[in-house]
Design a protein around this ligand. Sequence first.
Ligand SMILES: Cc1ncc(COP(=O)(O)O)c(C=O)c1O
Length: 399
Amino acid sequence: MYSDNIRKLKPSATMAVSALAKRLQGEGRDILDLSAGEPDFDTPAFVRDAAIRAIQGGQTRYTPPAGTPALRKAIAARLTERAGREMHWEGVVVTSGAKQALFNAIFALFGPGDEVLIPAPYWTTYPDLVTIARAEPVIVRGDERRSFKITTADLESAATPRTRGLVLNSPCNPTGAVYSKSEVERLAAWARERNVWLISDEIYRAIYYGSEGTHAPGLLELPASALGPFVLVDGASKAFAMTGWRIGFTWADPELSKKMAALQSQITSNSTTPAQAAALEAYANVRAAEASVGEMCAAFRRRRDLVTSRMREMLPEVPFVDPEGAFYLYFRVDGFFGGGVKDATAWCSRLLEEQGVALVPGAAFGDDRWVRMSYAAADATLEKAFARIAAMVGAGSTA
Ligand SMILES: Cc1ncc(COP(=O)(O)O)c(C=O)c1O
């Protein structure tokens, strides 16, 4: 009845849990919603003010599909600073969120007969985007003892002559794992040697717990000679607490960027004009942006310390990935299965039903023995959530 384009399509699993948690909250239930993938901070005032000024000043019409030259140049200037070499502004395509940036790249690059390597655990949307392009997602499982980070040996055993792409995500959603610069370098060298497109999703780059004020290593920290064909994906959603504004971008060679802009011009056109004006302020007003990113990052770091200490104190038997970036805690719950609960999906439903805590089951990320907690929430909410989880699994509380 419907076309093959959507035959295998599933709605975003993480968004489904958030929607259920919101519905239960709306019914008056006391729900601690730790399912959402978004900062709990408001968009910084200097960014909001820029949008209001833009609307009042009449910036309410179409822009070019790839975004305003001013915003593309401001983004390119940040990338140039980071890379220490010129990242041409015509390589930037502004999109309606990093999700559309990924769609543009995957749809422009892959099609029937192509295989795309996706390290697991993966952000839930990657395999679906590859499937929408009618290419084949090939899941590459990292080793739990290495925080699930994949190696070139893992890639080698998954690659075939049809391998055309690799999607890398560091800091990783759902694990919070971060690839070191030398690890990124080795994976990039593998992709370059194989002539495989490397799509690097660096949306959590600014939320990093390495030395203070630094960002997680990514492709632009490598010299140009270390890179084969690549697409960098980033955006304003996480770094500037702008999830609802829908601003992401790709940087790629100008030829591919033209193709992706053409694709976008036939689907959504430009991302909204006032949101572009807001993002321009976020990317151009470097001092204000750095101050607000620094503040958010410090809060996330404190919460990271809080949730990892609670894991060690209250659930000492439960394996988890020590997060070095992003704002997720990924932990393993198959030790609690039994009595009709056979997977993390059932475990999470029970936790939501009995204790009012919303987490995302690992089925969304490729392994339904694990769950993801977003710790982008107030300290008191996190404390309460741990007390409730401990109560459900019958663990002793030190609180
Ligand atoms: C790894 C990853 N990439 C991309 C996105 C999409 O970001 P945006 O909201 O800008 O579309 C998300 C959002 O949760 C994400 O976790």
